[in-house]
Design a binder for this molecule. Structure first.
Ligand code: UTP
Length: 236
């Protein structure tokens, strides 16, 4: 097993999309294996994980919108669901991971001093857990951020609705930022590959972003450990 996750043991940050945490297809088996993988990576070096809200967050946000809740209230509903997922994964990881997810970037960084891995959900209205992961990564001067999602990389259009979509394996930060700025809306419950705040934060800090299919666990682990992997990389 590798002795460090990044160059000179630099921390690694992983953003697990809510869309892969609960798909309705063997979620229990997947969560068990995911916790084993992240436990291994977290013992090899400092690791912070954010968990998304996925379909469950969107269900609550849609209900709240129907009831006339404000955008900030909808975001807070979403944050609560991301924290529910963080609790679930933290419980599966066991000690030393705190079961009560840190509620700010600062608390997450502090918690990492006491043990790895640390799991958290969202923090502020108007953000997403990808953005939170990027802020944690910048604060920790992480070696990389791995975004584990439901597609196997960055495509020039949504591969779920555009069969002709082409995967872009390598991209520079300026190229990816142009793409993100033209696509993101910032509305509660929006789904986009990686959010604008996250992309701008990583670009400014020169931290590479790896995008992988989070259900392909062998490949996901390689991406976390800095090994060759199948997927897309920005700024690597
Ligand atoms: P997610 O991070 O899951 O966003 O947060 P997402 O874009 O739906 O991503 P996937 O599909 O899970 O990968 C769910 C919602 O919670 C609110 C936002 O409304 C977001 O869309 N949220 C989350 C915040 O307002 N702040 C946060 O820090 C995190």
């Amino acid at each position: 097993m590798p002795s460090s996750t990044g160059p000179a043991g630099r921390p690694v940050v992983v953003s697990v999309g809510g869309s892969i945490l609960l798909t309705g297809k063997d979620d229990l088996g997947y969560l068990r294996q995911l916790a084993e993988l992240l436990g291994r990576v977290g013992r090899a070096g400092p690791l912070v994980i954010t968990t998304g809200g996925g379909r469950t967050a969107r269900e609550y946000i849609d209900l709240g919108r129907g009831l006339g809740l404000t955008d900030v209230e909808l975001d807070e509903l979403g944050i609560d669901v991301t924290r529910l997922h963080a609790r679930l994964l933290a419980g599966a990881l066991g000690l030393p991971t705190p079961t009560h997810p840190p509620t700010t970037v600062r608390e997450a960084v502090e918690a990492l001093r006491h043990g790895s891995p640390v799991v958290l959900g969202g923090t502020e209205p108007g953000h997403t857990t990808d953005g939170v992961a990027a802020l944690v990564a910048a604060r920790l001067r992480a070696a990389r951020l791995v975004n584990a999602t439901s597609v196997d990389g960055i495509y020039d259009s949504d591969p779920r609705t555009h069969p002709e979509a082409r995967r872009i394996d390598r991209q520079s930060w300026p190229e990816f930022l142009r793409f993100v700025r033209s696509a993101a809306t910032g509305e509660p419950g929006q789904t986009f590959l990686f959010d604008r705040l996250g992309a701008e934060t990583l670009s400014r800090a020169s931290i590479p972003l790896r995008v992988v299919d989070g259900r392909n666990l062998v490949n996901f682990e390689r991406a976390c450990l800095g090994q060759p992997f199948d997927g897309s990389e920005v700024g690597g």
